[in-house]
Design a binder for this molecule. Sequence first.
Ligand code: UFG
Length: 334
Amino acid sequence: MAVLVPGGAGYIGSHTVVELLNVGKDVIIIDNFSNSKPETLDNIRKITGKDFKFYEMDYADREKLEKVFEENKIEAVLNFASLKAVGESVKMPIDYYINNVSGVLVLLDVMKKYNVKKFVFSSSATVYGEENPIPYLESMPTGVATNPYGTTKIFIEQILKDIYVSDNEWDIAILRYFNPIGSHESGLLGEDPKGIPTNLMPYIVRVACGQLEKLYVFGDDYETPDGTGIRDFIHVVDLAKGHIKALDKLEKEGNGIFIYNLGTGKGYSVLELVNTFMETTGQKVPYEIIGRRPGDIAVSYANVDKAKEELGWVAEKDLKEMCQDSWNYIVKSK
Ligand code: UFG
């Protein structure tokens, strides 16, 4: 029995595939390389010394997807095939709703047809919206997202809840990611967005290696100790390991829909991250403070008790390792 991983060549998907192979799972990756590179697949093989099946296709192509389910014995699906740029989603809402929402509906419908009912969904802290108090708890109501990307996550969470109500043979884990950064310690996997990055760490590394002149820090007038935004940065390898624990729970206990925050439970400010990056790597990151970015909230971090109690999972890597590993990947891939 294999685990199907749409989006397995992407940033979080590739790190999770490594962990799946490390625990001895058979893996099938689907990817259309819309925001990833074919070399990543070879790098996964290099890191793990293991092989997997690969289909180059759009995960929402029903005909091809059905073929994948016919050709393989699939026990569970971990879906990473999702568009994820907040700003882009504001400009291209239709693309986001088609890819993220319609796409996942095709996937879930095909899963149902082939009686595969274990599903791990990549959600986001963004579903907590602006109203909930910090730290975020899984039991809080989801809020209103400030952009179409966030709305797709809220919609899909609701769709999954409805599916479970209709048929409680489904085993579903909804994982709400906080701010994943860092990369595999080998430096062979990492985040390399096409075009100018919009997320903080990818922008920092491009400044550090001289591809961009300086970092623009969006606002220093938030109600935080240094005035800059605070986020729960989590090492992507810790995040990937959280998926293994969630899948374990679905396999052993099953029959339920479970929601977990995947974060460290600690918040660091934008300037703390920039300074830790400079100290750890010895690289300079010139920056300029400019106005707030529309849609940003001041502070976001997780309560991580539920994942600890129910999954036995805690994030282990600290901010320095996150910075060092993000930088290693850039050094190695240049
Ligand atoms: N920031 C800057 N300059 C930049 C980029 C970011 O100062 O060039 C600041 C932001 O203002 C924010 C912090 O760095 O305070 C983190 O910003 P990111 O864009 O890296 O991350 P966000 O917290 O805005 O977004 C992330 C994910 C989304 C997710 C969201 C909510 O990228 O997918 O968290 O959980 F929806």
